[in-house]
Design a protein. Structure first.
Lengths: 126, 365
């Protein structure tokens, strides 16, 4: 099991990709595999506020539904339109095409408090 | 310590994700639930169902015994015929749903894995209490069973099995022999597709698996392994009830719409209360629901009409074939007409749904 080395992670399996003052968030392949075929992703609207360590949405599969957590605080500037009609994309391409939200962060350094890829993989038993 | 079926090594070698199911280590999936579901609907899948109980009855009072504990009238059942039936408790609630088959010298009953011990104890009690003369053998662990289901299955396996599968009608069964091995083949299933269920001795399962694994490993294989996850989404699309969801000791089968499997003119355990329910009409009835949105209404989801509680979901999923969120549930009898608009209460938010006719999916004949 591998994951992008330049992303940061929450133990709850959300990856964070900081570019400038925007953090893109999605979930890891491990989480997608555990959930199995994803049927629905509930995401906030553009303009909504997200808060570090609080839930920002929900993801559902045939097997179970699960909360989605943000590791950073800020305002949602973009929501992936692909996931409305094609939630299965999360299973197929979780790190790129199935990004979930983009957040303009109040404090870009906040992302450094999250887990590195090595720590994430260790914490999730890989 | 979980029990393993004779196909355990096969599950591991084919990448099965194993879980605890009724005390057995069973594959919930191999490649993915939706993949296996679609494979079954368009081609064929093989399911290991060895965990299900297989009981055999023989002797002088076997038929009379079965007629006493089953809702179906088995006295009229022909040799080579299989039938769906219920075993009810004295209050008319369901102890299990089973398939009972009449062979030349004995009866075969297939029951749910989770209810096998309960039924065996109950049947022993009935035999003692009524002084009946029959033998009962629990053949679950000395046999293995697979369900092979899908539109391409009959053609593919017709020449492998030692019975004339093509000539068998639905719910017929036959026994045949191949290399001194007894095969019992039933033309039945729990997926809504055509296909067979086959019982073989446990000791040849390994050899059978080696032969089949070679054929199923290829990405273009017509028949591939499928697990219990797909088995559940398939049976739900076909509106087949599942014990622990649509059926249970507190649920009468008339509310479930199973009057066709009950002979109320016969005397059997539970007949009296069922006659009463049939006469008065059940208070709640099982319906099918299609939700407007994609969220799944799982078992236990409250069903509302104008914010009032009128029912509860028994099973729900996202239907791979229909690409809709579907559910079955019990609803107050006066709100069960096709087209009735109801709400599934998902974490406090009403999700609109429509009552639809069952089954959700029916195969093209």
């Amino acid at each position: 099991m591998s994951a992008p080395t330049n992303y940061r992670y929450l133990e709850t399996h959300e990856w964070h990709d900081l570019q400038g003052d925007t953090v893109t968030i999605g979930i890891t392949q491990f989480a997608a595999d555990e959930l199995t075929d994803i049927t629905f992703v509930d995401l906030p609207k553009v303009g909504a506020t997200v808060t570090a360590n609080k839930r920002f949405g929900e993801i559902e599969s045939v097997k179970a539904s699960s909360d989605l957590y943000s590791g950073v605080s800020g305002t949602v500037t973009a929501v992936n339109p692909e996931l409305t009609n094609n939630p299965g994309l999360v299973n197929r391409d979780p790190y790129k095409a199935a990004w979930m939200i983009k957040v303009k962060v109040t404090n870009p350094a906040e992302v450094n408090k999250l887990l590195s890829v090595e720590d994430y993989l260790k914490k999730t038993g890989h | 310590m979980l029990k393993r079926t004779p196909f355990y090594d096969f599950h591991v070698s084919m990448g099965g994700r194993l879980v605890d199911f009724a005390g057995w280590e069973m594959p919930i999936m191999y490649r993915g639930i939706v993949d296996e579901h679609e494979q079954t609907r368009k081609s064929g899948s093989m399911f290991d169902v060895s965990h299900m109980g297989r009981l055999q009855f023989s002797g002088k009072d076997a038929t009379a015994f079965l007629n006493h504990v089953l809702t179906r009238n088995v006295a009229e059942q022909k040799i080579g015929q299989s039938r769906y039936s219920l075993v009810c408790n004295p209050a008319g609630g369901v102890m299990d749903d089973i398939i009972v088959s009449r062979d030349v010298k004995n009866w075969i009953m297939v029951c749910n894995a989770s209810n096998r011990d309960k039924l065996v104890k109950y049947f022993h009690q009935v035999r003692t209490d009524r002084g009946l003369d029959f033998d009962m053998a629990d053949q679950t662990e000395s046999t293995a069973m697979v369900a092979i289901q899908g539109p391409k299955v009959i053609d593919r396996i017709a020449d492998i099995l030692p019975v004339d599968v093509r000539a068998m009608k639905r719910y017929q069964f036959e026994t045949g022999s191949f290399m001194l091995t007894k095969f019992t083949v039933f033309r039945s299933g729990y997926t809504g597709e055509d296909g067979v269920e086959v019982i073989i001795p446990a000791k040849v399962a390994g050899m059978a698996m080696k032969m089949l694994a070679g054929k199923m490993d290829n990405p273009d294989a017509a028949i591939k392994p499928a697990g219990l996850g797909a088995r559940d989404t398939l049976r739900l699309e076909a509106a087949m009830p599942l014990y622990g969801h649509e059926l249970g000791e507190q649920i009468d089968p008339i509310s479930v719409g199973l009057s066709w499997a009950i002979d109320l003119k016969k005397d059997f355990v539970g007949a009296e209360p069922l006659r009463k329910i049939a006469a008065e009409g059940p208070r709640r009835k099982l319906v099918g629901l299609e939700l407007d949105g994609r969220r799944i209404a799982r078992q236990g989801t409250p069903i509302l009409k104008d914010a009032k509680l009128v029912g509860e979901v028994t099973s729900g999923t996202f239907s791979p074939t229909l690409q809709k969120s579907i559910a079955m549930g019990f609803v107050d009898a006066d709100l069960t007409a096709e087209g009735t608009r109801l709400d599934a209460d998902l974490k406090g938010t009403p999700n609109p749904a429509t009552v639809v006719k069952l089954p959700f999916y029916k195969r093209a004949s």
